[in-house]
Design a protein around this ligand. Structure first.
Ligand code: KG4
Ligand code: ZN
Length: 308
């Protein structure tokens, strides 16, 4: 079976052709640049940009796969959660193609796409524990099978990616902030500033990032008032370390409590270098098999939608 997957729920317009053997036959992806000037994704601009580019993105991936649209057996689109204007563009494009080609249309939950992304590049068996960390979500799930998930924990305030983006904004690094902090942190000392790590005893798999975010702001204000130098690389590295510590601690605790010997990461933040390294080391120590999709399958993409 060959499936065309479409993703347009945030600021990536993407299409991919995947087979039932989970091979990617062709893909194309456009990351919208229009939002940079605004420091975040502007939903209306995103929707208009998806509309402008979706046809050429689909055409390009079909061409790269070396097939004809008629060869596709089903058409899948990310149908939420996401920015509704963009979701509508992808879903309507998929439905129009499905109708014209007389092929089934499959609505895919965007988070389910992220949850199954690990299966794009590895033969990870069910069940596995998943740390899903993106711009909109931060969850620990047990992936029992396709369509069968148990949520163990979630964020009580910001998603991990949101915290990265907001701290990057405070440091004047621009949007999206996650990759910029990741890069700058490589030049800094992760132990320079002791930012708080929030652990909730009554909800050990939940997350909270508002404290660390405020702590970064307080640190910047204190430096400005006292004339202490602002070492941006140290702030980036120390903030990143605080977030990574909590993500790793909670995920490993859940894996141990639920006797999971497989752990996967997904979502944009899963492409963070420090998180990937720390989680790999922690899994090795605990005898847990660790699955990390390559960064292009962590951030939003259409192959994960096709596979789901
Ligand atoms: O999964 P994704 O592409 O879109 C959503 O569904 O949200 O995730 C985007 C988020 C953004 O907040 C971005 O800053 C963050 O993932 N991100 C990163 C990195 N790459 C992307 N955060 C930390 N380190 C990275 N290398
Ligand atoms: Zn996403």
């Amino acid at each position: 079976m060959i499936v065309l997957g479409i993703e347009s729920s945030c600021d990536e317009t993407a299409a991919a052709i995947v087979s039932d053997k989970r091979e990617i036959l062709g893909e194309s992806l456009l990351s919208q640049e229009e939002h940079k000037a605004f420091g975040g994704v502007v939903p209306e601009i995103a929707a208009r940009s998806h509309l402008e580019h979706i046809d050429e993105i689909i055409e390009l991936c079909v061409k790269r796969a070396g097939i004809k649209l008629e060869d596709v057996d089903a058409i899948a689109a990310s149908s939420g959660p996401g920015l509704i204007g963009g979701v509508v563009v992808g879903v309507m494009a998929a439905k129009a193609l499905a109708l014209a080609l007389n092929k089934p249309f499959v609505a895919v939950n965007h988070l389910e796409g992220h949850a199954l992304a690990a299966r794009l590049t590895s033969d990870v068996c069910y069940p596995y524990l998943l740390l899903l960390v993106s711009g909109g979500h931060c969850q620990i799930l047990v992936v029992k099978d396709v369509s069968e998930y148990e949520r163990l924990g979630t964020t009580i305030d910001d998603a991990a990616g949101e915290a990265f983006d907001k701290v990057a904004k405070m440091l004047g690094l621009g949007y999206p902030g996650g990759p910029k902090i990741d890069k700058l942190a490589k030049e800094g000392n992760p132990h320079a500033i002791d930012f708080p790590r929030a652990h909730m005893e009554d909800a050990p798999y939940d997350f909270s990032f508002s404290g660390v975010k405020s702590a970064v702001l307080n640190h910047l204000n204190k430096c400005r008032m006292t004339g202490e130098p602002i070492v941006e690389a140290d702030i980036a590295a120390s903030f990143q370390q605080a977030v990574v510590d909590v993500l790793v601690d909670n995920a490993i605790r859940a894996a141990k409590d639920y006797h999971m010997d497989r752990l996967a990461i997904a979502g944009g933040v899963a492409s963070n270098g420090a998180l990937r390294a720390a989680m790999e080391a922690a899994c090795e120590k605990e005898g847990i098999r660790f699955y990390r999709p390559s960064p292009i399958f962590c951030t939003d993409n259409a192959a994960m939608i096709g596979v789901a």
